[in-house]
Design a protein around this ligand. Sequence first.
Ligand code: ADP
Ligand code: ZN
Ligand code: ZN
Length: 719
Amino acid sequence: MTLRLPVLVHTPAHSQLAGPLTYLSEQALAAGTLVRVPLGKRELLGVVWESPTDRASSALDPEKLRPLVGTLDGIAPLTLAWRQLVMFAANYYQRSAGEVALAALPPQLRDLNTPQLARRLKRHAKTTGADLPNNPVAIDSVALTEEQMGAIARFDLEVGPFLLFGATGSGKTEVYLHSVQQLLSRDPSAQAMVMVPEINLTPQLEARFRARFNPLYGDNAVVSLHSGMTPAQRLRSWLAAHSGVARIVLGTRMAVFASLPKLKLIIVDEEHDPSYKSQEGARYSARDLAVYRGWLEGAKVLLGSATPALESWYHSRPANEGGRYVRLEMPSRIGANAALPTTGGGFPLVRRVDMNHQPKKCVISPPLLDAIVQRVARGEQSMVFLNRRGYAPVLHCADCDWKSECPHCSAYRVFHKIDRTLRCHHCGFAERVPRACPACGNPDIAPLGRGTERLEEHLAELLANVRRPNSVSEQWSEGEPVRIARIDADSTRLKGELESQLARVHSGEVDVLVGTQMIAKGHDFRRITLVATINPDGALFSSDFRAPERLFSLLMQAAGRAGRDAGISGRSEMWLQTFHPKHPLFEALKRHDYPAFAAQQLKEREQAAMPPFSFQALVRAEARTQDVAQGFLTAASAAAADMIDVEHLTPHITLYPAVPMTIQRVANVERAQMLIESPSRAALQRFLTAWQAVLHATRQQPEGKGLIRWAVDVDPLAI
Ligand code: ADP
Ligand code: ZN
Ligand code: ZN
């Protein structure tokens, strides 16, 4: 007998084939089974899916149905919970289920032919199950602090989800390790997932997990999943997780879709980090999906941060005020000498330099320079960061006012002195720096503003006469020049460069480290006692309402880089150069008072009806002209107005006018966007789902002519 099976394949996001396709099969196959199916002339990977409820498929002409090619033998079907997660993500983020499901599977499942895949599976079977110690004993390598024990006790007792609000260096990682260890020793098949924002920046975490768990559960106990892996590595990790051999999956946001049939615990470290939100395809938030997945699977969820996202913080308000998350607090730094009056609990002292009272146009103020020189003399390290790479953001001709605009984008090309190029950071267009102004021939074109490259050069000039102290073994009487290193996306482009530069910092070879926010995150620097930010003011007055939140968390994290070694934490300092030293954000930072900062921000957000007090979505449109991009959005918006009436959503949905995006042209494509807002998440969801059809239809009308693409971004991070 021949059966009809619904199979999910990767259909393009905007084809109207949003649901599963129907194929013929000689045998019944369980939902979740991986299969190969024909589509047109190609053969695709697919997942047997639940039958669609709307019966649309039964209308298909049976003559046209094609049989599936075969199943992927040796791989168990994906679980119901996994399929539900995919359906939820697709519905919530307004994409097709096929796109979400197939993007979540390792690409090699799709690309390898049947014999190749069979070989991989055989190899996989060989490496698993071997050399497990037959009696794993739980050993804690450290004695937990009282705060850690308190957090773990509540974590054990309550259901969650949990927000672990723990200062940098309070020992959150130890809490993660401990809760994973408890779970695995209690339940011989349980699996845990640990998510980190950027795995390249956190090899230390991976090392800590392997060191703790490989001796107990074998070499395959911990596997990683992130985009930096080769397709073969990804397949291996995925199979290990899917087959239950891997007990812990450590990964970036993509790991939230990993197949873990025995998932019992999900940890999201640095849960506030913007990189948990995908910026392409289905624009999902891995943090939010983790919470949902925990609920689906009956797994505990632990979000951790020193500066939680305001959404998470708000969810963790007391239950009697409507909070849904359990807040666990660990306010103190490990090994802090709380008795030191200046530092309060081992946190660096925050010093604000009022730039209104410093020499005009100075980049490094005299007191900051002095503080750096003192560090050098003591053999300690300093870190100076600036959120702009390259030498200067613009090249300028004072005679005719020419600026280094990108011919393809509405942005300036950045001057990189190292290879003498002008490079557009938006489209990648690069050219040699012209010898003279291309508009008027003036040979005197000058850089405006500064990036990390120029800051490094400037610091080298300022510190030219300073000498490092002599070490006993060195015979130079003079001492050596100060060593400056720069870490940013440019200096770490080649594989292995970041690691080797970090190693130089750790070994003490470097005195002053210059970089972008890349150096402010996560690294466990032991000997840095001064962290300085040159110009943080921009974010105070940004049009992006989330800018202050991001700045506060960046500065708190950066401050956390200073004085992690208990022996020198007493004199560690964080320096801010600002024209607004009395700004409440800096006042809160000085007291290391995230709750005060959050309370003030939430008050402003509530008054302005901003998230988390309202819910947002953006539709973005791209076209050759701004008129077409905006015209499409305006037409779809007009059509939506009627629909809102019919759906009785009138009081709940606000559609704002279409506007150009902040950088409105990138690579010769004009970009426009439209904001949709609602006080109710459910109403917004209902509207977006109904509106999909309108957007598709608008594209077919005259208003859609010339449109390149459009996409919906639910809960956007940047507006
Ligand atoms: P966080 O993740 O909160 O920034 P970590 O977990 O990295 O903090 O801990 C900071 C440092 O304190 C690490 O070097 C860690 O090994 C150490 N540490 C954590 N817990 C303890 C403990 N209970 N006793 C001693 N040292 C600890
Ligand atoms: Zn000129
Ligand atoms: Zn460009």
